[in-house]
Design a protein around this ligand. Structure first.
Ligand SMILES: NC(=O)C1=CN([C@@H]2O[C@H](COP(=O)(O)OP(=O)(O)OC[C@H]3O[C@@H](n4cnc5c(N)ncnc54)[C@H](O)[C@@H]3O)[C@@H](O)[C@H]2O)C=CC1
Ligand SMILES: N[C@@H](CC=O)C(=O)O
Ligand code: NA
Length: 448
């Protein structure tokens, strides 16, 4: 350690929230204090942990001094050099972060919901105050993806980001596919394991993935993208039957987040961002992303394809990302310098998700008699939707439809890439054909 570093006094660190992530941040800050001091060039002193109820029992590592727990979050943020926000929600998290920034503190947050709703207010406040704002933990937990997109790829042109960015839904879909567990039981397990948000609706309805997609899209395309710009569909409509049929046809269902450069009908360039369940071929690397793991593919003009993989949820992995940000902010305090500011110079229009063309798989139950397939194919042709494959598989081996009516055949039609509107019109026309009993599901196919 150099002389100037030895003279540096401790940096005061305030922690807001002591739940799944906060308790692990506190543990790492205290257990690894010697290493952190060496890496930063100054000790990091945890000066307080804001909680709702300081007397409530909570599992905390022995290294953490319980007298640091306080219910005075407002007072705490004004006496710190670095404020870590891991309490979640919009308020009071936003007000506390703004207050910390105004008081001159650098801030680190894992709060994707807040960033996707009102990130620009925080970024502007941080720019005005000349302090750092870091948020690696807000997207894909432990996986370094914010920093690579925000900094490492700052000299390139990102074309597309495609990934699994929600651990809870990936865990749920994986459990349903691999063990036959029910949706509700799998969600409960994800909650018990610390993957789910305080309200797991945010996970299963796709809000959490949409917030992360908005954050990544903003960084990748130098354009403000907020939660409401993201076309969102969660996994609550996915049935055990869908999961079984996906396997039968060589796929697995994943909740995907996709942000891509698109060209509108008028030739204008823009960005489209969407989150929805999709069929992924078993041969694609995303199909092998199990449990609460996440994976993100980035396609950039010069770099080509990049893949980021790791634990996307859970206390310890998320705390790792938080601590990395704390070290960056702390180094700036010691050595000078500052992290990047918001980059929105491109200001691209946000185009509807329907601008993107994708392949689809349409599953339907029809009368089991000659000529039906020809009728269905005729509708597809008349709507300009090209067929890639038609299968009439036997029912899934788990018998999910095994006691259905006799005389019924199941058709699985995979299309070539088609526009959303053309596909919707096609499905509507097929549904009213006389031998068609039911359109069982319509799912996008990605990653072929
Ligand atoms: N759990 C995970 O795997 C990940 C969580 N995150 C984000 O990290 C943040 C925290 O998540 P978790 O630790 O899982 O949540 P949690 O619900 O386990 O912990 C939140 C903590 O903040 C405290 N808190 C909430 N409002 C408060 C207030 N007004 N005053 C004082 N304390 C308050 C709660 O009492 C609780 O201790 C959220 O923004 C979440 O989206 C990000 C990545 C992964
Ligand atoms: N609830 C989130 C936690 C991490 O961001 C998830 O399941 O991915
Ligand atoms: Na991350």
């Amino acid at each position: 350690m150099g002389a100037s570093q030895q003279e540096q006094g401790p940096l005061r660190v305030a922690l807001l929230g002591c739940g799944v992530v906060g308790s692990e941040v506190a543990r790492l800050l205290t257990q690894q204090s010697a290493d952190l001091a060496s890496r930063v060039g100054a000790p990091l002193e945890l000066v307080g942990i804001a909680v709702r109820d300081a007397s409530a029992p909570r599992p905390l590592a022995e290294s953490v001094d319980r007298s640091l727990l306080t219910e005075d979050a407002e007072g705490l943020v004004t006496r710190a050099d670095i404020v870590i926000e891991v309490m979640g929600g919009i308020e009071p998290a936003r007000s506390l972060l703004l207050r910390a920034i105004e008081a001159g503190a650098a801030v680190v947050t894992a709060n994707k919901a807040l960033l996707a709703e009102d990130g620009p207010t925080l970024y502007k406040a941080a720019d005005t105050a000349g302090v750092d704002i870091y948020f690696e933990a807000a997207v894909a937990g432990a996986i370094p993806i914010v920093r690579p997109v925000r900094e490492s790829l700052a000299g390139d042109h990102v074309r597309r980001i495609l990934g699994i960015v929600n651990g809870t839904t990936n865990y749920v879909l994986d459990q349903m596919a691999s063990t036959g567990m029910s949706f509700d039981d799998a969600v409960k397990q994800a909650q018990d394991l610390g993957y789910a948000e305080a309200d797991p609706t945010a996970d299963v309805e796709g809000f959490d993935a949409a917030a992360k997609a908005a954050i990544l899209a903003s960084l990748a395309f130098h354009t403000r993208v907020s939660l409401e710009d993201v076309a969102r569909e969660g996994i609550t409509a996915i049935t055990a039957d869908d999961v079984a049929w996906a396997a039968q046809t060589g796929h697995v269902i994943k909740l995907l987040a996709i942000a891509e450069a698109v060209t509108g009908d008028d030739g204008a360039h823009g960005v489209s961002v969407r989150v929805h369940p999709a069929l992924v071929p078993l041969t694609h690397p995303l199909a092998g992303v199990r449990g609460a793991f996440n994976a993100v593919f980035v396609e950039a003009d010069a770099a080509g394809e990049l893949m980021f993989y790791g634990r996307g949820a859970g206390g310890s992995p998320t705390a790792s990302a938080v601590l990395g940000d704390v070290v960056s902010a702390a180094r700036h305090r010691v050595l000078g310098g500052k992290g990047p500011e918001e980059s929105i110079y491109a200001a691209l229009p946000i185009l509807p998700a329907s601008t993107a063309v994708t392949r689809y798989q349409v599953r339907l139950a029809v009368d089991d008699r000659p000529g039906v397939l020809a009728q269905v194919a005729q509708v597809l042709a008349s709507k300009g939707v090209s067929i890639e494959a038609v299968r009439q598989p036997s029912e899934p081996s788990d018998g999910t439809q095994g006691d259905g009516p006799t005389g019924v055949a199941h058709l699985v039609i995979t299309t070539h890439a088609a526009a959303e509107a053309a596909l919707a019109a096609t499905v509507d026309a097929i549904a009213v054909l006389e031998p068609v009993r039911e359109i069982t599901s319509v799912l996008r196919v990605e990653g072929a």
